[in-house]
Write a new protein. Structure first.
Lengths: 338, 337
């Protein structure tokens, strides 16, 4: 095994205590919020006796002391049992597994949009510093950073869905068009099953939310790429590459960009975490059946097991993304180690 | 090479009246102010001077690599009789690295940290069509050809066990080894001229000598002409045939290296020689008083006059012409009218 492989395994092992800490914190934080699930459920139902509430609490282990509850919870978790959603009366695992692909798909397309727009814009702005391209690009990106997602989303719906009627307002796919579920990502499943109709349909539903979420990321990526490219283009190795007779475009992409991407990768890594974890608002605006919406519901209904599981998924996402970012660093700069 | 044959051949490089300027917010920096020199095949020319006197700008001008917004304003750069200033961008790219190669001062920052050194060596060969580029280079036969060529170059510049080291990254080499790799890259396409910009400044003294020896070997073996930019007169004396002393963007004195060093004509050259220590002698070192002039705001006269111990009053007002003396010597000073 190479040194890098050993280091990757070490990093994965180091993630275990992190995950455990996150699980315990999520468990405690949820119980610090006043009112337990039974209060909320019965408050809505009305006319329930204290005895009935006590027996429900006993059923959910809520009558036991906190440490006992925690031990019981962790014990089940180690067996792979994430529990039962108190509000939805379904296994938490099922709910999460349904919602995660939707969130991942949206995040992936937002990221794709951000990178396809942001990186070339950053390169062009740096390459032609102070030109029209640079000025317009940076002014737009400033707008992109400043514009809140919910506002951009609503404007998008008003213009492209209600006004022009080009795109659907909400949802993931037209009813009955969904391809056979394999990975849970609509576009990927449509590709695998060669279902072009479903692919087109899914892309139409993705367009607005992906652009809404990706706009801010694209702006950040463009700005970071621009500034690190400006530096890279001034380096000796770029001048040396030109002195070797390497064509300008190759110099920019092969010699400058590869080195300039390190800060971009850092930013993208952080942004991916936000895309996967912080998209409750966009998911709500576009009625996207992802994890973000489920978490919001679950918190309001004190659905302890579901919130805890969702927090676990978020934490795992960050751990994985950080590791992926670090691995990518070593590819960009061979001198770095994990 | 005998004298008759040499006179028939065109000089490899002929620079005349070359002027390069950089517009800045403070005004125009006149970095190179009309330099002339000729480089014959196999010559080693030293361009000597303090930092900021236009040495590096001269080299970059010859390669037409002056960074934006700087530009060559006038003059002529003839490579084997062909005017480089009239070359298209694509034609110029064909010259860079192939006919004229550069070696920079700090190998640490000149090699790209992200690529293996073997890759960086073969790149110029690929660019100039001497090795197959992507995707053809992925073929086994081409890969082996590439490997053999890289190995040969690394061996030529004295890198031990090239079969392992060509796969390493720049940071895994010492400064001296990195400079050898730069020289290998410069050497790859067998250029007619190597332009070396302070190639030994960043190196230890013992390593300096090795790198200079290597360049001398290349000069002798392949007849490569070399322009060595340096601020170190010792290096110039040991290694070069001719010297051009630069001050404030002009060549103030040039000639055979022995002549220039043993009987310097220009007060600036004399001052430079007085200010370097000699081993075994306890002469007091005399620095040149004053500072290099501001290249945005030059006086109409001799730019060295304000620091010159021998200056006449008119030196400040009238620019001295280039005076051609016997034995190929030239000097730009009123004292030799």
């Amino acid at each position: 095994m190479t040194r890098t492989q050993v280091q990757i395994i070490e990093r994965i092992l180091a993630a275990i205590p992190i995950m455990l800490g996150v699980v315990i914190l999520a468990f405690l934080f949820m119980r610090m919020i006043p009112g337990d699930p039974v209060d909320i459920m019965m408050g809505e139902a009305g006319g329930v006796t204290h005895e009935e509430m006590a027996s429900l609490r006993a059923q959910f282990d809520l009558d036991k002391s906190l440490p006992v509850q925690l031990v019981l919870y962790l014990g089940r978790l180690f067996k792979g049992d994430m529990g039962y959603s108190l509000q939805r009366a379904r296994p938490v695992k099922e709910i999460i597994l349904e919602a995660v692909p939707a969130t991942v798909e949206l995040a992936l397309f937002s990221l794709l949009f951000a990178l396809i727009l942001g990186i070339p814009l950053g390169i062009a702005s740096a390459r032609y510093q102070n030109s029209i391209v640079d000025r317009i690009g940076m002014a737009t990106s400033f707008l992109g950073i400043s514009m809140p997602g919910f506002w951009l989303g609503i404007i998008g719906i008003i213009v492209f869905s209600l006004g022009l009627g080009w795109l659907p307002t909400s949802g993931r796919i037209t009813y009955g068009m969904a391809p056979k579920s394999i990975t849970g990502l609509m576009t990927l499943d449509a590709l695998i099953t060669a279902n072009t109709g479903a692919l087109k349909d899914a892309l139409r539903y993705l367009a607005l939310p992906a652009v809404t979420m990706g706009a801010g990321v694209a702006a950040v990526v463009a700005r970071v790429t621009r500034s690190s490219m400006l530096e890279a283009l001034k380096t000796d190795y770029v001048l040396f590459a030109k002195a070797k007779g390497v064509p300008d475009r190759t110099v920019t992409i092969k010699h400058a960009l590869r080195n300039a991407l390190i800060p971009t990768v850092t930013v993208v890594g952080l942004q991916v975490g936000t895309l996967l974890g912080g998209n409750m608002i966009v998911e709500t605006i576009f009625g996207w059946p992802g994890l973000g919406r489920i978490v919001v519901d679950a918190i309001f209904s004190r659905d302890y097991p579901l919130v805890q599981a969702a927090v676990m998924v978020y934490a795992l996402t960050f751990v994985v993304i950080n590791l992926a970012t670090d691995i990518f660093y070593t590819y960009l700069n061979p001198k770095m180690t994990l | 090479m005998d004298a008759v044959k040499k006179s028939e051949e065109l000089p490899v490089l002929q620079v005349s009246g070359l002027k390069t300027e950089f517009p800045t917010p403070r005004g125009i920096v006149h970095a190179v102010r009309g330099i002339d020199f000729t480089l014959e095949k196999g010559d080693i020319l030293a361009i000597v001077g303090e930092s900021g006197c236009g040495k590096s700008a001269s080299l970059l001008s010859i390669m037409r690599l002056i960074p934006h917004p700087g530009r060559i304003v006038e003059g002529s750069i003839k490579f084997e009789g062909k005017e480089l200033l009239r070359f298209s961008k694509a034609e110029m790219r064909g010259v860079r690295g192939k006919d004229m190669a550069m070696v920079f001062q700090d190998p640490m920052t000149t090699l790209n940290p992200a690529y293996r050194v073997g890759e960086q060596i073969s790149e110029s060969l690929q660019v100039h069509g001497l090795l197959s580029g992507f995707p053809k280079r992925l073929l086994r036969r081409e890969r082996e050809k590439e490997r053999a060529k890289v190995m040969e170059l690394l061996r030529q510049v004295g890198i031990p066990s090239p079969e392992h080291r060509h796969l390493e990254y720049p940071y895994q080499f010492s400064g001296g080894m990195q400079q050898r790799i730069l020289i290998a890259i410069a050497l790859a396409c067998r250029p007619k001229i190597i332009l070396a910009d302070e190639p030994t400044t960043a190196l230890d003294v013992t390593v300096q000598a090795q790198v200079l020896d290597l360049m001398q070997e290349i000069n002798e073996e392949f007849g490569t002409s070399i322009i060595l930019v340096t601020h170190d007169l010792g290096v110039a004396a040991e290694f070069c045939d001719k010297a051009a002393v630069m001050y404030a963007g002009q060549i103030v004195e040039s000639g055979n290296i022995e002549d220039v060093l043993s009987s310097p004509l220009h007060p600036y050259t004399q001052g430079l020689l007085r200010s370097i220590p000699q081993i075994g002698q306890r002469n007091e070192l005399i620095p040149i008083e004053g500072d290099v002039p501001d290249l945005t705001d030059l006086s109409p006269g001799c730019s060295f006059a304000p620091r010159c111990r021998d200056a006449y009053s008119y030196c400040n007002n009238i620019e001295p012409p280039l005076i051609v003396l016997d034995n190929g010597r030239e000097v730009r000073c009123h004292l030799h009218m």
